[in-house]
Design a protein around this ligand. Sequence first.
Ligand code: G6Q
Length: 555
Amino acid sequence: MDGPTRAATRLDRAWATLAQHRDRIVSLHLRDLFAGDPERFRRFSLRQEDLLFDYSKQRVTAETMALLHELARAADVAGWTDRLFSGERINSTEDRAAYHVALRNRSTAPMRIDGRDVMPDIRAVLERMRAFADRVRAGEQLGATGKPLRSVINIGIGGSDLGPAMADQALGKWRHPGLQLRHVSNVDGADIERALSGLDPATTLVIVASKTFTTQETMTNAASARAWLVGRLGEAAVGKHFVAVSTARDAVAAFGITRENTFGFWDWVGGRYSLWSAIGLPLMIAIGPESFDRMLEGAHAIDRHFRGTSLDANIPVAMALVGIWNTNFLGARAHAVLPYDHRLRRFPAYLQQLEMESNGKRIDRDGRTVRHATCPVVFGEPGTNGQHALMQLFHQGPDPVPTDFIAPVEPDHELSGHHDILLANMIAQSQALAIGEDEAEARAAMLASGTGRETADRLAPHRAFPGNRPSSTLLFRRLDPYTLGRLIALYEHKVFVQGVIWGVNSFDQWGVELGKTLARKVLPELSLNALPAEGQDASTAGLIGHIKAMRAPAP
Ligand code: G6Q
């Protein structure tokens, strides 16, 4: 047998062994697992500095984890991790490296792509970002009329928006008090209208963040912002009020943004992995270069943990493997992320892109259809809000929704009472999901509180909680830039490991292309003067026709 065939056989065997194991333990209830092992929390929780990952409420045994580790070995997670960290072109469909780990490399080690160390370029851009951010923060970056720039609008979408927007909200406490930062992503004019409203163009800095500088939404919003500024301050003001973050220098220059105001990055930085690059500029302006550095350090600490820790103590590996177990062996098709920290309320949306754009694939790296499920639907809401909305389905719906609970042990506010209530609720939710309450217990509780027997019998099935619903809990001391960096990097590496095991390229996103092409065709057909749409399916033609009919002036 040659090497690749041997590896494929080993992988097939690992999947098959796990399936047999699942059949043997699928009837075990988390109640029994906890009752049978007082040490379960210790056995199934991992630590990195003050960060705790508790996966004891996952439906796994020691044997499950051992078999999942064998799956990771059979899929060559270690080899792929080496390729990730050595700048190989692992994004095979775009023939690029995926080298976000270099962006936050805080060591003196070189990081090479094709033999060339990229660290000097990374450090040079970071230095320019720091100098610019410091000037804005100090009120030394002046607009066309000589006033300091005090409002910053970041225009970008997808990877050029979600990271800075999420992190800005998460780290509001670190934000410069004299600056306001707004984020615009949607091509819906309501978004930019809201962002510009009430702003004085003379004190506004617009950051156009687009790797390609061709994205329709971003360029449309940038043009509107430009028109808004030029209308009030004149064409010559553009150079003082617009900054670009992009890899496309020529397109940036054509827009009228100077080289001095352009912050570059590289094709090996994927959009959804780009917060660590110049895409983080609005965040750096808001929280300051030192806090931004702390975020990079946090991510780097997780890079070291991921790379240097054995499979059985490795948090991103454990996150990935329990996700694979839930998706591929227990049949879960959704995954919820519930931050019990209101500042992290955009974190689920951020992870939605990270996970679903990376691993929402059905074709493997070799162009074949995958034989197993890949990325589940990822969604979430902050706790405790979610408890009063979507969690009904988690507790009593027919299908389990594996859940990640995330919380800081210490709050960053002085209000008494709140934080313990928050944490108590989070712990109670994971307990209710895991342990549940059967019909007999529900009936007994009703009888004890004075409900009549007939009513108790009738309501017992409605009030029972089956339990055995898996969740993990991530706890850390405080939410600060360092820890936010760690959290993001944990999920990045989780996604990476899952992509390796599912055999997909986690770093392309061809799924967004067809819609873009079709939108270009539909756009002119919406014009009132356009002839009725030809070659469109009946629904598309019908919708276009309906919009035009509603817009047509009354006869
Ligand atoms: C992310 C994707 C995508 C991208 C946006 C914006 O990984 O590549 O979300 O970030 O489409 O692209 P531009 O930065 O080129 O405008």
